[in-house]
Design a protein around this ligand. Structure first.
Ligand SMILES: Nc1ncnc2c1ncn2[C@@H]1O[C@H](COP(=O)(O)OP(=O)(O)OP(=O)(O)O)[C@@H](O)[C@H]1O
Ligand SMILES: NC(=O)c1ccc[n+]([C@@H]2O[C@H](COP(=O)(O)O)[C@@H](O)[C@H]2O)c1
Length: 279
């Protein structure tokens, strides 16, 4: 009986779940342990619904012309993220966004990754007989559902959700696209109230079925800003970010009074770009 139950639960989880790929966009200036925890928390949450199988995660550092104060070069932010994520067997860093000549809207980054996923899916899709059409392989954690391509979802923290309501920060059609077409997983952050952010936005409420709110019970208020502040003051950031990243920062003398002044008077690129009437 227990074998029967096990088989049933295995097969049903394959048949009834959707494969998901999580994409986190941000400065990662520098990457922190909590950035990596976001992926773990989101994956556990999605698996517990019984409806989603998270197969991989992508971290996409923003490009140099984002205009955020203290932003160090993308090549360093990417290198640090790669060092940190050496410890993950399912999350990788993607450089496409960081290498674009101008800052890229998150909806556009999502379109790019969505296309890449579809391409890879089409290339790797095996052919099936009608009887085994849904199951490609059933081998431990590598099982795949092949008649539906993986879905891309945006992964973020609660402060990201709050940026949707900042005037001029997001185009309405991009919010629709990110949330409605793709879907969003938002992890709580400190005292922020993501439920309220959804409630107070008509667009987010309309698509609340595609928004997954994850509660982080071990409240962790690590922020890259605080990490940079500690580094400038010569204080320890050990256990907030991986040792390999600390070493990289010291080797390249990355976070200094000077680096923090970078973009100090700049307008954030989304605000400047979206303010242009022809855009
Ligand atoms: N402690 C945290 N809890 C939940 N989400 C977080 C946390 N830190 C970062 N995030 C999320 O990670 C993503 C990338 O964040 P980002 O690179 O801006 O880091 P940050 O720590 O917020 O940086 P900064 O302090 O410079 O604003 C965002 O979606 C953000 O909400
Ligand atoms: N209109 C948009 O697409 C839009 C606006 C603001 C921020 N973002 C993105 O959100 C992320 C925010 O990162 P930070 O929290 O580091 O500022 C970045 O990846 C940025 O590109 C997108």
């Amino acid at each position: 009986e227990s074998v029967k139950f096990w088989l049933w639960s295995e097969i049903s989880s394959i048949y009834f779940s959707t494969m998901d790929i999580l994409l986190a966009c941000g400065s990662f200036n520098p990457i922190t342990n909590q950035h990596m925890r976001l992926f773990e928390l989101a994956r556990d949450h999605m698996h517990r619904t019984g409806q989603y199988q998270v197969v991989s995660g992508i971290m996409s550092p923003v490009s140099d012309n984002y205009g955020k104060q203290g932003l160090v070069l993308a090549k360093h932010r990417t290198a640090m993220a790669k060092l940190a994520l050496q410890s993950s067997n399912w999350v990788t860093v993607d450089e496409w966004e960081s290498q674009q000549p101008d800052w890229t809207e998150t909806a556009v980054t999502m379109r790019y990754h969505h296309e890449q996923i579809l391409k890879r899916y089409e290339q790797s899709k095996p052919t099936f007989t009608s009887s085994d059409k849904n199951i490609a392989s059933l081998s431990g954690e590598n099982r795949t559902i092949t008649d539906v391509p993986p879905q891309l979802k945006l992964l973020c923290g609660a402060d990201f959700l709050d940026t949707f309501k900042i005037p001029g920060m997001w185009r309405d059609d991009h919010v629709e696209e990110v949330v409605g077409r793709f879907g969003l997983i938002c992890v709580s952050r400190g005292a922020l109230q993501p439920e309220r952010a959804v409630h107070e936005s008509d667009a987010l409420t309309r698509h609340s079925g595609s928004i997954h709110l994850v509660r982080e019970w071990v409240r962790n208020e690590t922020s890259a800003t605080e990490v940079r502040r500690a580094l400038r003051r010569g204080m320890s950031v050990k256990y907030l970010i991986p040792d390999s990243v600390i070493e990289y920062i010291h080797q390249h003398n990355l976070y200094t009074e000077d680096s923090e002044r970078r973009n100090a008077d700049a307008v954030l690129r989304p605000l400047a770009k979206q303010a242009r009437p022809e855009f």
